[in-house]
Design a protein around this ligand. Structure first.
Ligand code: FAD
Length: 265
C-alpha cells in the first residue's frame, strides 16, 4: 500500500529526488509523446535546455547531461530532430563518463498518499520556482545565450513548454489564460519569482477541495503562517502578504543551498 512505502520528509525542505524525478519524467516521458520536434516545439525545447543547463542547481552528473544536451542542440543545424536522438543522449548511449539521470520516479516532497495524486505536476511547479529563484540569484547566467537580457526568459519558456508539452491539457489552458493576463508585465527577475508564486496560489485556491487534492497535502495559501510568519500581515482586519518577506522566503526555500539529497539515487 502507499503508506507502507511512505517516505518521511520535511515539508519545509526541497528534495533533489523530486527535481531529478521530474526531469526524468519530462525528458523521457512527456517530451517522448512527440515523435519529432520541429518549429515552435523545437525552439521551446532548446530554450528549456538552455535554461536548465544554466540554472538547474543539479549534481555534477546531471549538470553534465544538461551541458551535453545543450552543446548538441546548439550545434544542430536541423529544423527537426527525432525524439529518439534526444533519448539516446539522455540515456547516454555514447557512454560519456560522468553523465547520468535517474530513470526512477522517486517522489519525496511530491509523494502522494494515493497513486495518481501529486508527483510530476508538483515537481514541475518546484522546478520552475527553483529556476526563477536561480535566475534572480545569477542575473548574468544567461549571457551569451539566445535568452540573454530577457528578465522574463524563465517564465516565458515555462509558458511555452506548458503550452506545447504539458500532458494536462486543461492545466495548460488555465495557465495560458493567466499568462496572457499579466506575464508580459513582469519587468525584473524578482518580479518573475513573485509572479509565479502569486499565480501558483491562485491555482491552489481554484483547486482547493477538487478531486486532485491530496488530503495529506491540502491546497492552501502558501507559505503557511507556520512556515513563514513574517510573510503574513493584516491591514484593517484583512490578510495582506508582505511581499518582501515572501521573496526572502522563496529565495531561501528554492535556493540551491538547501536542497536535500536524501532518497536521491
Ligand atoms: P502543488 O500545487 O503541485 O505544489 C507543489 C509544491 O509547491 C507544494 O507542495 C509546496 O511545497 C509548493 N508551493 C505551493 N504553493 C506554492 C506557491 N504559491 N509558490 C511557491 N511554491 C508553492 N491541476 C488541475 O486540476 N487543474 C489545473 O488547471 C491545473 N493547472 C496546473 C498548471 C500548472 C502550470 C501546473 C504545473 C500544474 C497544474 N495543475 C492543475 C496541477 C496542480 O496545480 C498540482 O500540481 C497537483 O494537484 C499536485 O498538487 P500538490 O499538492 O502536489 O501541490
Amino acid at each position: 500500500s502507499a503508506s507502507a512505502d511512505w517516505k518521511t520528509f520535511d515539508k519545509s525542505k526541497m528534495y533533489m529526488a523530486d527535481l531529478e524525478s521530474g526531469l526524468h519524467y519530462l525528458l523521457r516521458v512527456e517530451v517522448a509523446t512527440h515523435e519529432t520536434l520541429e518549429g515552435d516545439e523545437l525552439r521551446v525545447f532548446k530554450d528549456l535546455i538552455t535554461i536548465l543547463y544554466k540554472l538547474f542547481p543539479g549534481r555534477p552528473h546531471v549538470a553534465r547531461l544538461l551541458e551535453t544536451l545543450q552543446d548538441w542542440l546548439v550545434s544542430m543545424p536541423l529544423d527537426e530532430i527525432p525524439y529518439n536522438a534526444i533519448l539516446d543522449l539522455v540515456n547516454n548511449k555514447m557512454q560519456i563518463s560522468g553523465i547520468h539521470l535517474t530513470s526512477r520516479l522517486q517522489w519525496v516532497g511530491c509523494q502522494g498518499s494515493e497513486p495518481g495524486l501529486r508527483g510530476y505536476p508538483c515537481s514541475l511547479w518546484k522546478l520552475f520556482h527553483t529556476l526563477t529563484v536561480q535566475a534572480a540569484a545569477q542575473p548574468n547566467a544567461l549571457a551569451n545565450t539566445a535568452l540573454e537580457d530577457n528578465h522574463g526568459a524563465v517564465l516565458q519558456t515555462m509558458r511555452r513548454y506548458i503550452k506545447h508539452f504539458f500532458g494536462c491539457r486543461d492545466c495548460a489552458g488555465h495557465f495560458e489564460s493567466m499568462a496572457k493576463e499579466s506575464m508580459d508585465e513582469v519587468k525584473t527577475l524578482n518580479e518573475a519569482v513573485l509572479w509565479l508564486w502569486k499565480k501558483h496560489n491562485k491555482v491552489n485556491k481554484r483547486l482547493a477541495g477538487a478531486a486532485s487534492e491530496d488530503p495529506r497535502s491540502p491546497k492552501v495559501d502558501w507559505p503557511t503562517p507556520d512556515m513563514c510568519p513574517a510573510c503574513h500581515g493584516e491591514v484593517k482586519g484583512v490578510h495582506e502578504w508582505n511581499e518582501d518577506e515572501v521573496l526572502r522566503f522563496l529565495n531561501q526555500h528554492y535556493g540551491s543551498q538547501d536542497i536535500l539529497l536524501r532518497y536521491a539515487d
